[in-house]
Design a protein around this ligand. Structure first.
Ligand SMILES: Nc1ncnc2c1ncn2[C@@H]1O[C@H](COP(=O)(O)OP(=O)(O)OP(=O)(O)O)[C@@H](O)[C@H]1O
Ligand SMILES: [Mg+2]
Length: 259
């Protein structure tokens, strides 16, 4: 259908006895910010793992820009423009912030050793282009002053920012953010909301897993609620939040925690 950048149909995934995803279906429209909420263990991160090709589903199909991507390796999917961040940031601690960024770039001749010998000048040009791009993105996330620091020296919030900044190096069309606000202080979170809105204005489609409802309301055009691996509700954020079943799913989580 026109307008859809991502279509997930009836995806199943079991881990041993646990059905992490149970006939999970979602659609993401081009240019929108789509939120994904749900109790702990609902299957949100697993869905991102599967969409981005890090984990294979047991069943179901996923179309990205009309093309089936189930079975493709994660790097191919990333190259098509579908890039994700991780719930736990994966910044390389003993590399500088800038080096972390350079690793996020993909598809350049600079990556390939033989090409780099044959076309030295071109590689040098490309490297300086990539470096410039890295610095621009770091500036956008207020991280430029830290570019020569080790990844490990950043605060939890800054590591989250670096994770997003690095994902942008790959020029995504669809960006999957797994809890981008977790561990980010409120001032930094407000800034991050503005930055995510700017990315949307630039045409990026974004999916966000987030527990903090105010951030979800501030950002999302559409909201999906996962519970026990299935879509419990979806629609406009205000409507979905007001849905009694959603409230009860979270209440169920609290009950489970007590028992
Ligand atoms: N690699 C794995 N091996 C075994 N079980 C897994 C694996 N990954 C996820 N699970 C299980 O699948 C279910 C869904 O987990 P998932 O991490 O997707 O939940 P989530 O919605 O992201 O939760 P949270 O909000 O806590 O991050 C959980 O029961 C989890 O224990
Ligand atoms: Mg998760």
């Amino acid at each position: 259908m026109a307008g859809e950048i991502l279509l997930v149909r009836e995806v199943n995934k079991g881990f041993g006895g646990i059905l992490a995803l149970d006939r999970c279906s979602i659609a993401v429209d081009q240019g929108e910010i789509v939120g994904l909420i749900g109790p702990n263990g609902a299957g949100k991160s697993t869905l991102f793992d599967i969409i981005s090709g890090f984990v294979q589903p047991d069943a179901g199909s996923i179309a990205f820009r009309g093309e089936e991507i189930v079975g493709l390796p994660a790097h191919r999917i990333a190259r098509m423009g579908l890039v994700r961040t991780f719930q736990i940031p994966r910044a390389l601690m003993r590399m500088t912030v800038l080096e972390n960024m350079m690793l996020g770039a993909q598809g350049q001749t600079g990556e390939r050793a033989i090409a780099s010998i044959i076309r030295r000048h071109r590689v040098e040009d490309e490297e300086s282009i990539i470096r410039k791009k890295a610095e621009e993105i770091l500036k956008f996330f207020d991280l430029l002053p830290m570019k020569d620091q080790y990844g490990g020296s950043l605060s939890g919030g800054q590591k989250k920012m670096l994770e997003m900044a690095r994902a942008l190096m790959a020029d995504p069309r669809l960006l999957l953010l797994d809890e981008p606000f977790a561990g980010v202080n409120p001032a930094l979170a407000d800034r991050l909301i503005q930055q995510i809105k700017i990315l949307k204005e630039k045409g990026l489609t974004i999916m966000i897993i987030e527990h903090a409802i105010p951030y979800v309301i501030a950002l999302c055009d559409e909201l999906y609620v996962l519970n026990k691996g299935s879509v419990l509700a979806h629609g406009r954020p205000e409507e979905v939040i007001a849905d009694r079943r959603v409230f009860e799913a979270y209440l169920g989580e609290a009950d489970d925690a007590q028992s």
